[in-house]
Ligand binder design. Structure first.
Ligand code: ADE
Ligand code: ZN
Length: 339
């Protein structure tokens, strides 16, 4: 299938607002880091590792994703991981990215919080200067872990708060509702940290309501199951509450069977502030531009819908008003040129 708007998609400046940096660990780099750190992987080679990327649901992916992240040991490893993503982002004409990191995935293995954040931050700072890509860094709590573990992580983060732009909530959704982290998110709010949460990926619309009402989030990550609740859809549309939707992820994790089944267009048609993102591109078979091109082809997106998705990304971002206005004007300019 080809994308009728491929030239426009490639030319547009884009944001990425839902990207787990650990989910950008390509098999080749995983093997390189394993050998650099004297670790062995339970796969003979890159091809057999890639062959294992056939998932039944979120949990089957997470098991592999956490195992893969164990090759990340030194600050340079975190730098190299992040830099590789940023180069890929530049190729996709991403001009602004807001990335998640999962500190507990690493501190649980005895890696210092400082090692993780310093490596990631240094790459983001270099990207600002060398690639012209602006960014925000979101510390995400693992919801399969306890509230106490979350508070411990927040304590570890305190010396680095000036380097953290917000907090998120990810990992196994079913059985770990947002309410479990109400007090932790209240503490983050008291520290002035903006909040987002994964909700309505596999979990029910009730989890989206909880994220909004109990965690006071300013974006919902995924949120595709909101479509099952008409009152929720109306609320999301009325408040222009952004959803960071990740179509390739949803198909790989069997939230939708095929890309052509995805409800992206219905969410847009209902007036929601839907954005397009790649989630864990090294595992899901495509980066941001692949998500745009794939959806264009599979869902027959209109030119206006594509422009709206791109605009929504800037609207939903944490850029300041002047930067948002600059990029919206740039979208107007490109749209005019691409007639
Ligand atoms: N961690 C990394 N990717 C995730 C996803 N799609 N859902 C929940 N947790 C995640
Ligand atoms: Zn995610």
């Amino acid at each position: 299938m080809t994308s009728p708007h491929a030239a426009l998609i490639r030319a547009l400046p884009k944001t990425e607002l839902h990207l787990h940096i650990e989910g950008t660990l390509e098999p080749e780099l995983m093997f390189d880091l394993a050998s650099r750190n004297g670790l062995s992987l339970p796969y003979a080679d890159v091809a057999s590792l890639r062959a294992a990327y056939a998932f039944d649901n979120l949990q089957s992916f997470l098991d592999l994703y956490y195992a893969g992240a164990s090759v990340l040991v030194t600050e340079q490893d975190f730098y190299d991981l992040t830099w590789a993503y940023l180069l890929r982002a530049q190729a996709d004409h991403i001009v602004h990215t807001e990335i998640f990191f999962d500190p507990q995935t690493h501190t649980e293995r005895g890696i210092a919080f400082e090692t993780v954040i310093t490596g990631i931050r240094r790459a983001l700072d270099d990207a600002r200067r060398q690639l012209g890509i602006s960014s925000r860094l979101i510390m995400s709590f693992l919801r399969h872990m306890s509230e106490a573990a979350g508070f411990q992580t927040l304590e570890q983060a305190k010396p680095f708060l000036s380097q953290i732009d917000g907090v998120g909530l990810d990992s196994s959704e079913q059985g770990h509702p947002p309410s479990k982290f109400q007090r932790l998110f209240a503490a983050c709010r008291a520290l002035g940290l903006p909040r987002v949460a994964h909700a309505g990926e596999e979990g029910p619309p009730a989890y989206v309501w909880e994220a909004l009402e109990l965690l006071d989030v300013c974006r919902i990550d995924h949120g595709v199951r909101s479509a099952e609740d008409a009152a929720l859809m109306a609320w999301l549309a009325e408040h222009r509450m952004p959803l960071t939707v990740c179509p390739y992820s949803n198909v790989k994790l069997k939230v939708f069977q095929r890309l052509s089944d995805h409800n992206l267009r219905a969410l847009l048609a209902a007036g929601l502030c839907v954005t397009l993102n790649s989630d864990d591109p090294a595992y899901f078979g495509g980066y941001l531009q692949d998500n745009y091109l794939g959806c264009d082809a599979a869902l027959n997106l209109t030119r206006d819908e594509l422009l709206q998705l791109t605009r929504n990304g800037f609207e939903a971002s944490w850029l300041d008003a002047a930067d948002k206005a600059h990029w919206q004007a740039e979208i107007d300019r490109i749209a005019g040129q691409q007639g």
